[in-house]
Design a protein around this ligand. Structure first.
Ligand code: ADP
Ligand code: MG
Length: 258
């Protein structure tokens, strides 16, 4: 059941972020992401992906430029109100080890002073985990299960925009694959706008509607997966596409040799 209205649009207007002297971490990025889109932001380590992502929920304050969500500047509202509309999943999940799974999931609601009600159970259903793990501590879960809890917590306050920073980075390939599929299904079912940072081009090609490639703080390619697979996007993008393609070709050769 897709939501009637898709998630919000997000626009970067001339975003530059400079942490210190020398080249900026993000250099004059302008682009618009349509509501309901699943965008992957891909690039090698240090290319500025996380910094750009964090300008949306104001974890990073741009040196120049501004970000808007559905046309409204992100600084227009008080921070808690802004963040409430944005789910954020990050690499090391950041579950609180001394809080139970239920307490971790409910945290954004508690911070906002909202009723928890049956939301914990509903979120466990959503991320396809059994409700009876609610009383456990994070240490009693597998890495993939913890990552699902991170997604559940990000979505508990019904945000329409989901930001994910290398959400599957620390997982084994099988778990990574199944969780990627699950996140994509949630994105579609809830009608979210999703922006996912990843260094893995294969993941981007499989999950996203649109792939942005960053290098040295700039967006150097902005293409659909089909276009990238057909050779578009320039050298930096094609160097990243070459990695999964090379793996697929080597696998095909192994198969042919048997
Ligand atoms: P990515 O997510 O693509 O790996 P980041 O956005 O984390 O890249 O970092 C881009 C650049 O900005 C890097 O050179 C990094 O060292 C620098 N950087 C990121 N965050 C900070 C910070 N809080 N203070 C100083 N430098 C930072
Ligand atoms: Mg990063």
């Amino acid at each position: 059941m897709p939501a009637e209205t898709p998630g919000p649009s997000v626009a970067f207007h001339g975003i530059t972020k400079r942490f210190r002297e020398g080249p900026p971490a993000v250099a004059d990025v302008s682009l618009e992401i349509a509501g309901g889109c699943f965008v992957a932001l891909v690039g090698t380590s240090g290319s500025g992906k996380s910094t750009l992502l964090k300008t949306i929920n104001r974890l990073v304050q741009p040196t120049a430029g501004h970000v808007s969500i559905d046309g409204e500047d992100v600084t227009a509202r008080p921070l808690p109100q802004l963040r409430r509309g944005i789910g954020y999943v990050f690499q090391n999940v950041g579950l609180f080890p001394h809080l139970t799974i239920a307490e971790n999931i409910a945290l954004p609601l508690r911070i906002a002073g909202d009723a928890v009600g049956d939301r914990v159970g509903a979120m466990l259903d959503l991320v396809e985990l059994p409700r009876d793990i609610a009383g456990r501590l994070p240490a009693a879960l597998s890495g993939g299960q913890r990552q699902r809890i991170g997604v559940a917590r990000a979505l508990v306050a019904n945000p329409r925009l989901m930001l994910m920073d290398e959400p599957f980075g620390a997982l084994d390939p099988v778990t990574r694959d199944s969780l990627g599929g699950a996140v994509h299904a949630l994105h579609a079912r809830l009608g979210l706008t999703t922006i996912m940072v990843t260094h893995d081009m294969a993941e981007a090609l499989l999950l996203a509607d649109r792939v942005l490639v960053m290098r040295a703080g700039r967006i150097v390619a902005d293409e659909t997966p089909d276009a990238l697979l057909a050779g578009a996007g320039g050298d930096a993008a094609q160097a990243l596409v070459a990695i999964p393609r090379g793996q697929a070709e080597r696998l095909a050769q192994v198969k042919a040799a048997r």
